[in-house]
Write a protein that binds this ligand. Structure first.
Ligand code: DGL
Length: 271
C-alpha cells in the first residue's frame, strides 16, 4: 500500500507535459503534483535513445528523491524510448502517454487519420507496433480501409517553449505540417506530442472544420486514477497543490509557465 499523502511526479522535456498535468489536476483535484521540465536540455524529440535515456534518468532521480507515489511520463517521446525500463526499475506505478491511434482509427469516417508527433516518436519501434495493431484492428472491424498519415514536426515544441502560440513563424510551421494531412482528406488528427495541445487553435485553423483533434491527456488522467486505486494510493481530500521545477529556470521560462498554468506558478531549479 502506497502512502496517499505523497505527491505524484510528472515529467516532460519542457512545458508540454502541462497539458497532461492540467487533465490530471482536473480529474484528481486532491492530488499533490510535482512537475519537472528538462527545459535546459530540450528538445528530446530529435535526439538519440542514449541522450533521452540519460535525461529521463536525471529527471526521474530528482522526482524519486522528492518521495513520489506515482510517476507520469507526460512525454510521448520519453514513453516510446524509456517507459518499459522505468516500469521494471521503479517500485511505483508508472503511467506513460502514446499517440491516440486507436481512437483515431475507431472514429474516422473518412478512413484517414493524421498523427503529429516528434521525429523520435514516429521512428520508434513502440509506435510502429501500436500502428500495426491499430491497423490490424481496423482491417477486422471497419468496413473501409483505414490509413494513418504520419507527420514528424521538428521545431514545433520550441514554439511552445518560447511562448509563441500565434506568431507568424508558428503559424507557418503548423501549416506546413498540417495542410498535407487536411488535403489528403483526413477527418481525425492525433496530437501525438504533449506540447501540441497548446497549439490547438493554430492546428485547428490549419486543419479546417472537417478535422477533429484528439488529445489523449484525459485518458492518461483516468489511467492514473485507476493505478492509484489499485495501489490504495488515491488521496481523497485536501488541496492538490502543484509545484514546478525546471533545468535552467530562466525568467522567460517562468513567464511561459505562468501563461500555460496560472499567474501564481513559480519555477524552481531542478538540481
Ligand atoms: N513533449 C514531448 C512529447 O510528447 C517531446 C517534445 C520534445 O522534447 O521534442 O513527445
Amino acid at each position: 500500500m502506497m502512502e496517499p499523502q505523497l505527491p505524484i511526479g510528472i515529467l516532460d522535456s519542457g512545458f508540454g507535459g502541462l497539458s497532461v498535468m492540467r487533465a490530471v489536476h482536473a480529474a484528481l483535484p486532491h492530488e499533490r503534483l510535482i512537475y519537472a521540465a528538462d527545459c535546459g536540455f530540450a528538445p528530446w524529440g530529435d535526439r538519440t535513445d542514449d541522450y533521452i535515456n540519460a535525461r529521463v534518468d536525471a529527471v526521474v532521480n530528482f522526482l524519486v528523491f522528492q518521495g513520489i507515489k506515482a510517476l507520469v511520463v507526460a512525454c510521448n517521446t520519453a514513453t516510446a524510448v524509456a517507459v518499459a525500463r522505468l516500469r521494471s526499475s521503479l517500485p511505483i506505478p508508472v503511467v506513460g502517454i502514446e499517440p491516440a491511434v486507436f481512437p483515431a482509427v475507431r472514429e474516422t469516417q473518412a478512413g484517414k487519420a493524421g498523427v503529429l508527433a516528434t521525429v523520435k516518436t514516429i521512428a520508434s519501434s513502440k509506435y510502429c507496433r501500436l500502428k500495426a495493431q491499430a491497423l490490424a484492428w481496423a482491417a477486422e472491424n471497419r468496413p473501409m480501409p483505414v490509413e494513418i498519415i504520419d507527420a514528424p514536426c521538428p521545431g514545433l515544441m520550441e514554439c511552445v517553449e518560447r511562448g509563441e502560440f500565434h506568431s507568424p513563424a508558428t503559424r507557418a510551421l503548423v501549416e506546413r505540417y498540417v495542410r498535407p494531412i487536411a488535403l489528403a482528406g483526413a477527418d481525425r488528427l492525433v496530437l501525438g506530442c504533449t506540447h501540441y495541445p497548446f497549439l490547438a487553435e493554430e492546428i485547428a485553423r490549419a486543419a479546417g472544420p472537417q478535422i477533429k483533434l484528439i488529445d489523449p491527456a484525459p485518458a492518461v488522467a483516468r489511467q492514473l486514477g485507476r493505478r492509484l486505486d489499485e495501489t490504495g494510493a488515491r488521496r481523497g481530500s485536501g488541496l492538490g497543490a502543484c509545484t514546478f521545477y525546471a533545468t535552467d529556470p530562466t525568467d522567460a521560462r517562468e513567464r511561459v509557465l505562468k501563461t500555460l498554468w496560472n499567474d501564481s506558478a513559480v519555477l524552481r531549479p531542478l538540481a
